[in-house]
Design a protein around this ligand. Structure first.
Ligand code: PRX
Length: 656
């Protein structure tokens, strides 16, 4: 099994039409239906979105202007007032959905909880009141550092309810990474838990928060709200740290949702880029609500009877948009699972599907590759007949993994939606609509209605069929990121100037290469910048390099992605040492651990290669292309004539 290569994908010409019985029941039931919707949206995007906003969402006050576009700054539904927590909860309470399961949660050790819409609403209101009591006001930022338990979703919705922005930090990030993010966002309060379960272990979280904010290192943080999950012993700083279960006892369940301006900040979510520290991606209220609502509804062809399970963590955008906001806004039943497939029960995912009769299953290619490795006897031993739709996200899926998913999990009757999107886009950009789009393994197919996607060259000219280029979006869409938190200039530079605007046409570009085949299908080839994807997690090579050089032994570091069968890519680091240090296995281990401490376990280098010098151009730039070849164990491709010292390469090869 391997990652898709241009060659393997070019040879991919299998087509899977939507199963007839699926299309028969689907809201968008044919390619013609899709085309009509697409054309309608393209002809008048503002009218298209306005009609849906009116029909699908609750507003305290209607907008005056659908779109105010001063490139690259977009404002949607200007003058409108709404609250996403109201749309996700309150409006369902006056319908039969009041007692429908909103959130089904399965804990790793086997405990479980189901919250109806009424119960979830109650908990959210209580937490919202507790936040207010602790001094959180509209416009403040709240950090959330949680395991995958219902309170993670409750915390997000509670913030949204009172108009505080949340900044969720993935629980696998280290205290250092957490601190950077809390400081950048100037978070006033942190919501966390004592710990959480993952892969048969209780992972400490509160302890990491303590380390992050100790010695006034995160001075904006005044309070910490702690949910008890594992029962492990934690330090509770008097006056600063509060148990959720204590404060909940006296918290009122009456907390009307704050009417928010459409463009009020909803959340900040940090993500890696090719340069500098992680960027705080800013999403605002109404456009994000509408777009995640519509993409959930149409891409998953949601029915009221669905039990929908997205296996992401709420620490990533997928968890935000497609565990919490999109499904709940639609009144769906969303399932949340605490852990990951674990040594003591590698078949646990299939158990969950069988136990709850999951109908829609949405996961990442890296997980599918791990399932393949664990063996098909595991899913085959369970009854997965409840499934009707499958999805993938996060990285290009190799056709072999797609076929396995189709055959073994979907029993050849479930469509697969391969959804291409990003933290920055807020929701799906390219995706099949399952009742309408014939799929091709490895292709995210076509743009969602309202999305004008294209593959272009550096001058913005469309690429010919099957010719590679940059994947861009040419018209604003409701859930597009609004800016980089606190850095409008970086926003402009990073996303809007890579391909220069031409004749008033702006091109949104966030780093992926792609091609379009002769039938208009998009094939995303992966990042063209220095961002790597390890097990579907996006990491900036520069962040890892900075972590390495912060160790006293390291003089210089260069990090590249090495192709990996399971994880897609693995972190491979080339390191030169300071004069007094000698390479050793112990030092290699220490450096790997250092990266874990600085960023988190997801960034741990798989391999570190010590070298006396880096291959550089005469102007002193590290030639990463060569390092990528070396890491992959390939012959050096292309021109090396700009290399300053050719003997460096021989030395690096010698270490291979
Ligand atoms: O390279 C693309 C890849 O993941 C990147 C976005 O990462 P992140 O912001 O962490 O969001 C991940 C979840 C949306 C993209 O630039 N990517 C995401 N989905 C796909 C994909 N690559 C190919 N096919 C996909 N379906």
């Amino acid at each position: 099994m391997s990652q898709p290569t241009i060659e393997s994908i070019l040879q991919e010409n299998r087509v899977f039409p939507p199963p007839e019985e699926f299309s028969r029941e689907a809201a968008i039931a044919s390619l013609e239906d899709y085309q009509q919707l697409y054309d309608k949206a393209k002809a008048d995007p503002q009218a298209f979105w306005a009609e849906l906003a009116e029909k699908e969402l609750h507003w305290f006050q209607k907008w005056d202007t659908v779109l105010d576009w001063q490139p690259p700054v977009a404002k949607w539904f200007v003058g409108g007032k709404m609250n996403i927590s109201y749309n996700c909860l309150d409006r369902h309470l006056t319908t039969w959905r009041k007692n429908k399961a909103a959130l089904i949660w399965e804990g790793e050790p086997g405990d479980s909880r189901t919250l109806t819409y009424a119960q979830l609403h109650r908990e959210v209101c209580q937490m919202a009141n507790v936040l207010k009591e602790l001094g959180v006001q509209k416009g403040d930022v709240v950090g959330i550092y949680m395991p995958m338990i219902p309170e993670a979703a409750i915390a997000m919705l509670a913030c949204a309810r009172i108009g505080a922005a949340h900044s969720v930090v993935f629980g696998g990030f280290s205290s250092e990474a957490l601190r950077d993010r809390l400081n950048d966002a100037e978070a006033k309060l942190v919501i966390t838990a004592d710990g959480g379960y993952r892969k048969d272990k209780a992972v400490p979280l509160k302890e990491q928060v303590d380390l992050a904010i100790a010695n006034n290192h995160a001075p904006s943080v005044k309070n910490v709200l702690v949910v008890q999950r594992t029962g492990q012993k934690v330090h509770m700083e008097p006056g600063r740290d509060h148990w959720w279960h204590d404060l909940k006892l006296n918290a009122s369940a009456d907390c009307p949702a704050e009417p928010m301006d459409s463009e009020d900040l909803l959340f900040i979510l940090y993500t890696s880029g090719s340069t500098g520290k992680p960027k705080g991606v800013v999403h605002t209220t109404a456009g994000y609500n509408l777009y995640t609502h519509m993409t959930t509804k149409w891409t998953f062809d949601l029915k009221d009877t669905d039990v929908y399970w997205c296996t992401a963590d709420v620490g990533w955008i997928t968890g935000h948009s497609y565990i919490v906001y999109g499904p709940l806004s639609n009144g769906a039943t969303t399932l949340m699972y605490e852990g990951a497939p674990r040594p003591s029960n590698p078949g646990c995912f299939w158990d969950v599907i069988e136990k709850y009769g999951v109908t829609i299953f949405y996961t990442a290619p890296t997980a599918i590759r791990a399932f393949i490795k664990m063996g098909e006897h595991l899913p085959k031993a369970r009854n997965l007949s409840s499934l009707r739709l499958l999805g993938t996200v996060g990285e290009p899926i190799n056709p072999e993994a797609w076929m396995w998913y189709h055959k073994i999990i979907g029993n050849e009757r479930c469509p697969i939606v391969d959804t291409w999107w990003q933290t920055e886009t807020g929701g799906f950009m390219l995706t099949p609509l399952p009742g309408a789009t014939p799929t091709k393994p490895g292709s995210a197919t076509f743009p969602f209605p309202g999305i004008l996607a294209e593959v272009v060259d550096l001058d913005g000219n469309p690429a010919a069929d099957n010719e590679g280029g940059y994947l861009v979006i040419k018209h604003p869409w409701p859930s597009m990121m609004r800016t980089v938190y606190g850095d409008d200039e970086r926003f402009r530079r990073t996303y809007w100037e890579h391909i220069a605007p031409k004749d008033g046409q702006y091109f949104y570009f966030a780093g992926d290469g792609a091609r379009r085949d002769e039938e208009g299908y998009f094939w995303v080839m992966g990042r063209v910048d220095d961002v790597i994807s390890v097990a579907g997690h996006r990491l900036g090579t520069m962040e890892i390099e900075s972590a390495l050089v912060s160790h006293p032994a390291v003089a210089e570091a260069a990090v590249v992605g090495k192709p990996d069968e399971l994880k897609g890519e693995e972190v491979f680091a080339f390191v030169t040492l300071e004069g007094d240090y000698e390479e050793s296995e112990a030092l290699e281990k220490e450096l790997k651990q250092h990266v874990v401490n600085e960023i988190g376990a997801i960034a741990r280098p798989g391999e570190i290669r010590f070298t006396d010098a880096m291959p550089k151009t005469r102007s002193g730039k590290i030639m990463r292309r060569l390092l990528r070849n070396l890491a992959a164990g390939q012959e050096i491709a292309g021109d090396t004539s700009t290399l300053e010292d050719r003997t460096v390469l021989d030395k690096l090869r010698g270490g291979a």
